[in-house]
Design a binder for this molecule. Sequence first.
Ligand SMILES: [Zn+2]
Length: 495
Amino acid sequence: MDNSSTPASNSEAVGSVTSLKRKSDDVGWEFCELAVTNDPDKVKCKLCNRVISGGVHRLKQHIAHIKGNVASCQKATPIDKAKCMQALLHQKKKKEEKREKLQELQERVNISEKNSNEVEILESCTTPYSLGPMDSFARPISPADSLVESRKKLRQQNINDVLFKKRTSEVHAYLARWVYESAIPFNDVNNDAFQQLLEAVGQFGPGYIPPTQYQLREPLLKQAVETTKETVKKQEEEWKKSGCSIMTDAWSDRKRRSIMNLCVNCKLGTTFLSSIESSADAHTGKYIFDYVDKWIEEVGSKNIIQVVTDNASNNMAAAKLLNEKRPYIFWTSCATHTLNLILEGIGKMPKFKFVIDKSKELTIFIYAHHKTLSLMRKFTKKRDIVRPGITRFASSFLTMQSLLEKQENLKYMFLSKEWLECKWSSTAKGTKIYSTIVSQTYWQALSMCVEIFKPLVKVLRLVDGDWRPSMGFVYGELKDAKKEIIRICKGAADI
Ligand SMILES: [Zn+2]
């Protein structure tokens, strides 16, 4: 669909204004310049020097002698008048065309009508609502309240199930088209705001006119900022009531810039406070301490219970400095990072390191060559081996689990005729990989390794989710995991 045609009156307020002349081919600019830099709303008529509020659109009305909004220009020649008049008419026509196009699009929307029994529940009409005086007494649009309620109602009222399904699939098709054409990520349908939007439009009824790009960019955005500020204000009150945690982390972005960010978490949720860009070598303990300490002041040191970071040595150094200055604030290590370190630590024990190394070697070999990769996919019925990411240990675990699941397929692959015929089977590397695959010791050790890591990975998953703070359960879960690992090890010793 064509989104490029913004109404001219809107686009005037948009864009960069760096000088008194604007980058625009609007004919109005022949007759005026900006009265002040950076304010596209105030323009000065070059003919009579009058300053006009309302931008170039109003200026054209001034020149064209269109009465109502602005005094007419006394210096404008008939030619000037005609020029501006023509531009205004053209603009008006474009706007009308746009409105017509929208109307036409809306008319083409065709959702099956309900039968007469259901008309009372939700009046089905294809003409846009015209709002009358009674509408001020009607219920305001409030999707959150009515989402569940309206669904219940629809069910209760014995709606014809077949028609219900039909209407749903018709709306689905419109939605899907938009998702595909605009490349909307599929998981966005789970977004609460999206669900509420649909409900709000449904409650509005036919004929809803969506905001223009300008409205989204300016007034609606400002409105959203205000709403966000309100939310934050509520959280700030909560900080004072029940305390909060400060969380900070550093990472490198795609341009290899080092970014440090700082968030505050309380019962009501997490708020982003600040981020700074700094060179990686500047991340000393003192640097982190200064940054955190500044924000502790800002948030109010009395409200802060703890500071949460990962276990990197610079953070530990910062923790020491903070403890000296503010001994009553805890410095807590991030549970996810700690668990990753535990898993990595266990992975370095010789018994496990051997299996992990062999598994990596095997996966890398398969993925390094076209032939081996396509063979693997053939034997696993197109299922891939989950491959490790760069840092996180959990992904190594997933790789091992994935290999274990495909044990049979992989054995078949390396015993197949295709493998024997493949040039890699006779190489030193290939022979080595082959001996891993046929080694019962390897598979047994791999299975053991996965079993032992499983309880800890389970805890890792629990703490890695954003859905609830881990402080309350992490100790108990770790204790359980420990017991489980001991049980598995004992079982293995019995064999
Ligand atoms: Zn004038």
